[in-house]
Design a protein around this ligand. Structure first.
Ligand code: IDP
Ligand code: MG
Length: 138
């Protein structure tokens, strides 16, 4: 089966009207969109999604941020899409993410407790499978 990854356009990206530009970059790279929906996340879904970060200082602000508005959840498909989308997204901190990346071009430090960095992308085959199950069902 072709590789699949979970992409989330976080509430900052949706609010700022950047969903289309983010999707355009995914498509321009040659990946296809297998699933797409906009939703308001629940605390339960976010607790599952961010289980690895529970207990970290940015965990609560991260969950509050992800609850602050609609999210666009996407399953993207194509060979190498997992590292490929991480590369399109850029590094976690938008201040220093490379120009040319989603976070580098559209993100910045807003002086908040959590990095508002526009997108999430799965970081491994195992995470992708787990996360697609959380957001789209098995
Ligand atoms: P990633 O999204 O690049 O994979 P992770 O380390 O998995 O980064 O962190 C999940 C999310 O938590 C980040 O995208 C960012 O929104 C937030 N975050 C991560 N590290 C920090 C931090 O040190 N301070 C504030 N927020 C953070
Ligand atoms: Mg991560």
């Amino acid at each position: 089966m072709t590789e699949r990854t979970l992409i989330l356009v976080k509430p900052d990206g949706v609010k700022r009207g950047l969903t289309g530009q983010i999707l355009a970059r995914v498509e321009a790279k040659g990946y296809s969109i297998a699933e797409l929906k906009q939703l308001n996340a629940s605390r339960e879904v976010l607790a599952e999604h961010y289980a690895e970060h529970e207990g970290k200082p940015f965990y609560e602000p991260l969950v509050e941020f992800m609850l602050s508005g609609p999210i666009v959840a996407i399953v993207a498909e194509g060979h190498g899409v997992i590292p490929g989308f991480r590369s399109l997204a850029g590094t976690t901190d938008p201040t220093t993410a490379a120009p040319g990346t989603i976070r580098g071009d559209f993100g910045r430090d807003w002086g908040l407790k959590v990095q508002q960095n526009l997108v999430h992308g799965s970081d491994s085959v195992e995470s992708a499978e787990r996360e697609i199950g959380i957001w789209f069902g098995k």
